[in-house]
Each structure stands twice: as structure tokens, then as C-alpha cells.
Write a protein that binds this ligand. Structure first.
Ligand code: GAR
Length: 202
């Protein structure tokens, strides 16, 4: 059976994309194949990571498209042209509309750097999530991989892992620990799980 065609949507450094690429190389991700990396930011380092792994890339920016509708239509068109079956948001810093998400029910995954439902939703992204966790004073945080629906960070949880907060943590130190201990393991595992389920039901 052919592996499920995956598009990874990115905006920045792409360490989660790298974890997926490495997982494919090491045989952790076998039921899916990363077939496209799409960035909404020109020059995102994630695009270099894709090129180094010989994965096709595309850049679609809201500025060039002119509106959210045109931006999402262009993304859809690009995904269709590549025969994409599932979409993984890996540090994709743009909220997709209900019109977009409802076109791909249970076919869009997102990695979020907290234990949802804590520190999630609008405004909680990247380092801000860890700043909020430290400001609140929680002793445990973590990461979540979930399906994407019309509610930001509100879709069904696929996998979740806790990470300890330590004395003296800065947002940057905590972000790194959450990535190393949780995100980079959870995201490939969730991708494999979802792709394997799709193949099983074909
Ligand atoms: C990751 O920590 C990811 O969980 C987070 O942004 C970072 C991207 O890093 N995503 C969100 O906050 C989404 N709400 P990366 O580009 O190195 O993978």
C-alpha cells in the first residue's frame, strides 16, 4: 500500500518538521510520506530543511494573496496539486478558517506546546505559551498533538505528554525541554498513528 501523502505547513525554524523527516528516515514514520512542505513565510529555515531532504516546497503568503480567502484557496489548490491526504501544522503561525478546516475533517494535525486545555487558543503560540505557563506558576507543562477543527486548539486530542518545569526555567529553556522531551517524539508518533489508521481503513 502506498504511504499516505503528508503536507507539513510551517512558518519558522522547523524543528518539528525535522523530527518528522528524521522519523521517516529512521523508520518510525512508515505509513506516511512527507510530500510537500508549505510555508506562509518567505525565507523560513524550515524550507531549507525540506530542500536538504529533497522534499518539494511551496511558499504561500497572505500578503501576496491579498485576503484570508485567497490565501486559503491558494493553499488548497497547492495541496490538491500534490495529491495531499493529510496536513500537519508544525509551527504554522496562521489560524485557518472554519471553511478551510471543515474541508479536511480529521485530516489536519497540529502540535501545540502545552497540555491543552491549558495555555492554548488565540494568542498562545510559540514562546508566549511558555511565558504564560511560567507566569502562572504551573509545575508541569507539556505538549499536545490534536486534530484541527474550527476552534483554535480545540480539536480532538491524539497524543499528549507532560514535561516538568524546573526552578530557574526561562521561557527559552522551557521551550527547548518541551520540544526535546515531548514535541519531537509526539508529532512523529501521532503522524504514524493517523496515517496507519487511514491505510487500515482504505
Ligand atoms: C513549536 O514549539 C510548536 O509547538 C509551536 O511553535 C513552535 C515551532 O517550532 N506551535 C504553536 O505554538 C502553535 N500554536 P518549530 O518551527 O521549530 O517546529
Amino acid at each position: 500500500m502506498n504511504p499516505v501523502k503528508i503536507a507539513v505547513l510551517v512558518s519558522g525554524g522547523g524543528t518539528n518538521l525535522q523530527a518528522l523527516i528524521d522519523a521517516e528516515k529512521s523508520g518510525i514514520l512508515t505509513s506516511g510520506k512527507i510530500s510537500l512542505v508549505l510555508s506562509n513565510k518567505e525565507g523560513a529555515y524550515a524550507l531549507e530543511r525540506a530542500k536538504n531532504a529533497n522534499i518539494e516546497t511551496a511558499v504561500v503568503t497572505k500578503a501576496a494573496c491579498g485576503s484570508q480567502e485567497a490565501f486559503e484557496a491558494k493553499i488548497k489548490e497547492t495541496l490538491t496539486a500534490h495529491g495531499i491526504e493529510i496536513i500537519i501544522l508544525a509551527g504554522f503561525m496562521s489560524i485557518l478558517s472554519e471553511e478551510f478546516t471543515s474541508a479536511y475533517p480529521k485530516k489536519i494535525l497540529n502540535v501545540h506546546p502545552s497540555l491543552i486545555p491549558s495555555f492554548c487558543g488565540k494568542g498562545f503560540y510559540g514562546l508566549h505559551v511558555h511565558e504564560a505557563a511560567l507566569a502562572y506558576g504551573v509545575k508541569v507543562t507539556g505538549a499536545t498533538v490534536h486534530f484541527v477543527n474550527e476552534i483554535p486548539d480545540g480539536g480532538e486530542i491524539i497524543l499528549q505528554k507532560a514535561v516538568e518545569i524546573k526552578e530557574g526555567d526561562t521561557p527559552e529553556i522551557l521551550q527547548r525541554r518541551v520540544m526535546e522531551e515531548a514535541e519531537w517524539k509526539l508529532l512523529p508518533a501521532a503522524a504514524e498513528k493517523v496515517c496507519a489508521d487511514i491505510l487500515k481503513n482504505q
